[in-house]
Ligand binder design. Structure first.
Ligand code: ZN
Length: 188
């Protein structure tokens, strides 16, 4: 997810990190259902580090593995102004939710587009941490919005799915046009 625009990404050591490309709607890979992680091992920790790097580089506040073409249920988030409060959730599941809020959202997979979406105001999330231990996250406000947005990605759902069909088709056409233009510019 993209948040309010503020300072740039924090400086990270990029040694040993793989560069991950973020998929853009309407890439069909964004619609796949991710699979639960069976064991939190070094490969999962490496994916989390690479995803965090990609999220910070793109100045996003959240990123799901689905967005980088990986089908493991893993999300990373950081809503702090200093970009130093990384949250990594493996196999996140919403176990309770209440209330509702409307928040303007953006998404690294739907560039240059923002729209208001209604979501639960507060959620409780059960997940595993990078140490493989269970953890519980209670979130409200923007963090609640972000965690719901990212878990949606793991189920192949995008925030534009909550909009009217007309609005969704309009943004899809615009992104398809941008992609054609980029391909033509690349071929020129
Ligand atoms: Zn997103």
């Amino acid at each position: 997810m993209t948040g309010p625009l503020r300072n740039g990404p924090r400086t990270l050591s990029t040694a040993h990190m793989a560069h991950l490309d973020i998929l853009h709607h309407p890439d069909p890979r964004l619609r796949r259902q991710a699979e639960p992680v069976q064991q939190v091992d070094d490969a999962v920790r490496r994916l989390a580090a690479d995803m965090a790097q990609a999220m910070y580089a793109a100045q996003g506040v959240g990123l799901a593995a689905t967005q980088v073409g990986d089908l493991r249920r893993l999300i990373v988030m950081d809503l702090s102004a200093e970009r130093d409060q990384l949250i990594v959730l493996v196999n996140p599941e919403i176990s309770a939710s209440e209330g509702s809020q409307v928040c303007e959202e953006g998404c690294l997979s739907v560039p240059e587009y923002r729209a208001e979406v209604e979501r639960a105001e507060r959620v409780e999330v059960q997940a595993l941490g990078l140490d493989g231990e269970p953890l519980r996250l209670e979130a409200d406000g923007l963090l609640a919005v972000c965690v719901q947005h990212e878990i949606d990605h793991l189920d192949g759902r995008l925030f534009i799915d909550y909009l009217s069909r007309l609005k969704r088709e309009r943004v899809t056409r615009r992104l398809e046009k941008l992609r054609r233009e980029a391909a033509q510019a690349g071929a020129a």
